[in-house]
Each structure stands twice: as C-alpha cells, then as structure tokens.
Design a protein around this ligand. Structure first.
Ligand SMILES: [Zn+2]
Ligand SMILES: [Zn+2]
Length: 279
C-alpha cells in the first residue's frame, strides 16, 4: 500500500517507557519515508512513575531531541513534544516544547491514597471499580472524563491524547458501550468542549499495536460526531518501538476516509500542523 501518512506526533523512547532510542525512532522514520516526527515523552511527575521520565531525564531528553533535530535537519523535521499528564501540572516547565499531547493515564485514589492507572491491566481497572466506584463503570467514566476536561481546558494542548482510554480493556471487561447514552452523551460533551478550545483529538493506534484493541481510540461513534461537527483529527501510532512507528496508520486513514473524513492533520515541515488530504 502506498504510504498516506508519513508523520507521527506521538512517539516514546527509552527516556520514558519506550523500547527504542530516540535515534532508532528517527532512523525508522527515515526508513518509512516520513517527513516529520514528533517526540512525546511522558511528562515527569512525583513520585517517580516508572513509565514516565525521571526528573533528571527531562533535560537529557530535550538535549537529545535537539541534537537529532540538527543532525537530521536536511531529511526529517523533528519536533520536540511532550505527552503531558494531569498530575504533571505544576511539576514541569512546558516552555521548551513545540507542542503538547494532553493525556490522562492515572487515578489517585482518595480512598486508598494509591495511584492507579487506567492504562495498566484489566485487574487494576477492576480494583479501581470495586474499591472506589462501587463497581459502577459510569461513575469511573465520569471521574475520568472530568479529569480529561480539567487537563485540556487548563493547558489547551495541541492534541487530546487517547480520548477514551478507559475503554482500553473493553474487549475483555465490556464496561462501556457507545450506544448507551448514559456513557456516551457526557463523554461526547467533554470531547466537543475540548475541541472547541482548539485541541485536536488523536486517532491513536497504539493499543492495536500492543494487541489490546482491534480499533483505534477513540471509538467510531466519537469519530462520527467529530466529522459531523467539522472538527479535525490527527493520526498517531503512540509508538514505543521503532518497528511499530507507522503501525496501522494507513489502514486507519483509509477507514477515516470511508467514514467521510476528507483530510487529517499531521505535523508539518514548515508550519507545526498541515492538512493531509485523504485521496
Ligand atoms: Zn498516553
Ligand atoms: Zn503515549
């Protein structure tokens, strides 16, 4: 298949929980004929979270991306981004970054004081549900989407990260159904209000690459609403491995085209964003 999407704004490396080095990601991008590549390490927040950058890694990450920007300037436009977690607010200087991906991953339990992740394992989500939400998935969803709203409205990042992350394990747990208005309607309101702020939802294939899901985030019902409201989307692989840098990007672009999208956004070579027609 000819390559439609030659860019990825959501790329992790060994500075956080990625398998590959930043330079391996660059070489993979060049190999795949990319025009642009955006790095987006997980932001630091205390206490040290294993999958995030350590505090001392932050300047090293910035320096390495800047080194690669210079080294590969003639062949690839590299952008310094950050995947910013809600809990990092107040703990990171955001000035060095060309763009932000606003993502909620974790939940700090007021009941147990533990930090639990929506992104970890089905069993963690079941624990969260049982201990904090009376086994009511809608209560958990309400909390999650309120956090998404808070993060996006406060920071107004360029990109809204994996909007419906709480459905990561839906193939196993079957907690959420977009046909149920009790779940869908309040989530959609949050999504549209975030788009109104100018943030762009990503269509993220990361959980497909890692075998958790067979479709990208967000669910198709959200995509149809975005289309109906005329909001753009940006494709991302949320890559943690250089070999998977373009995982399912083209098939997802074709799927978006089938849904009716005429274009998607991507990191641009000259301007930060460019519109890529789906022809
Ligand atoms: Zn994420
Ligand atoms: Zn990510």
């Amino acid at each position: 298949m000819s390559t439609l999407i030659r860019s990825n704004p959501h790329t992790h490396t060994q500075f956080c929980d990625g398998k590959s080095t930043a330079e391996e990601m660059v070489l993979s991008a060049l190999d795949k004929g990319f025009h642009t590549l955006g790095f987006s390490s997980h932001s630091y927040y205390p206490p040290d979270i294993s999958w995030c950058m350590a505090k001392e890694s932050v300047p090293l990450y910035i320096a390495e991306v800047r080194r690669l920007q210079e080294k590969y300037a003639s062949s690839l436009r590299i952008r310094l981004g950050l995947e910013l977690d809600l809990y990092s607010l107040g703990h990171m200087d955001l000035a060095p970054y060309e763009y932000l991906i606003g993502s909620v991953h974790d939940y700090l339990s007021p009941v147990s004081g533990r930090l639990l992740s929506y992104d970890n394992k089905p069993a963690v989500m079941e624990t969260m549900l049982r201990e904090d939400f009376g086994n009511d998935p809608l209560k958990l969803a309400k909390h999650y989407y309120e956090d998404v709203y808070r993060l996006i409205h406060q920071v107004k990042p360029l990109i809204i990260g994996h909007f419906d992350l709480i459905t990561k394990f839906n193939d196993i747990l079957h907690l959420y159904d977009t046909a149920d208005p009790a779940y869908f309607k309040p989530a959609l309101e949050v999504l549209l209000s975030c788009c109104e702020e100018g943030s762009i939802p990503e269509v993220n294939t990361g959980a497909m690459a890692r075998g958790y899901r067979t479709s990208p985030y967000p669910a198709e019902a959200f995509l149809k609403e975005l289309l109906a409201h005329g909001y753009p989307v940006i494709l991302s692989s949320d890559a943690h491995d250089a070999a998977l840098l373009d995982y399912a990007l083209d098939e997802t672009a074709l799927h978006l085209k089938e849904l009716g999208f005429k274009s998607v956004m991507a990191l641009g070579k000259d301007s930060l964003l460019e519109e890529v027609p789906l022809v």
